[in-house]
Design a protein around this ligand. Structure first.
Ligand code: AMP
Length: 177
């Protein structure tokens, strides 16, 4: 079993690097952002609710995200070599919940890979992704809010995972390889 968290700001390359790790290690990939965007595309009740947060650059409430992750783990991630968590946890309560969810399944978190990229570069990447894909929250105003939320609510996890010995910083600039 290998359970990894890919950690980093919006646009830091979590999705891109996840794809490479999945190929190499045969892991199951859970991107909470993708799960939510899928609900929005299918216009489900959860999708409509999530969209009201995502479109403003805010985080979806913890209890909802934790329940969603529990469901995905139950349905999709059984009998896999491990999981890459991409975009989860984003808050300290989510990190605590992840620990419990893994423990309840007889496993644990092995490492948190932190893709470290400065805000200016993140902004540039998200603007070009928005232009290329039409992703709705990749616009200047929402990006600024997402970066604020990242610094205020998610960055404290870096310290948390450093103190638990899980955090592995990676320079997230330069070529993808
Ligand atoms: P991402 O694709 O990971 O950048 O996520 C896009 C958006 O989905 C975020 O800006 C949040 O609004 C929401 N989201 C994704 N994952 C989480 C999470 N773990 N907790 C709260 N909100 C999330």
């Amino acid at each position: 079993m290998l359970n990894l968290v890919l950690f980093g700001g919006p646009g830091s390359g979590k999705g891109t690097q996840s794809a490479k790790l999945i190929d190499k290690y045969g892991l199951y990939h859970i991107s909470t952002g993708e799960v939510l965007r899928d609900h929005i595309a299918r216009d489900t009740e959860l999708g409509r609710m999530a969209n009201s947060y995502i479109s403003k650059g805010n985080l979806i409430p913890d209890d909802l995200m934790i329940q969603l992750l529990d469901d995905v783990l139950e349905k999709e991630a059984k009998d896999k070599n491990g999981v890459i968590f991409d975009g989860f946890p984003r808050t300290l309560p989510q990190a605590k919940a992840l620990e419990e969810l893994l423990k309840k399944r007889g496993t644990k978190l092995h490492a948190v890979v932190g893709l470290e990229v400065d805000d200016e570069e993140l902004m540039k990447r998200m603007l070009s992704r928005g232009a290329a894909t039409g992703r709705a929250d990749d616009n200047p105003e929402t990006i600024r809010k997402r970066l604020d939320v990242y610094h205020n609510q998610t960055m404290p996890l870096r310290e948390h995972y450093t103190s638990t010995g899980h955090y592995l910083p990676i320079d997230g600039r330069g070529s993808i390889d």
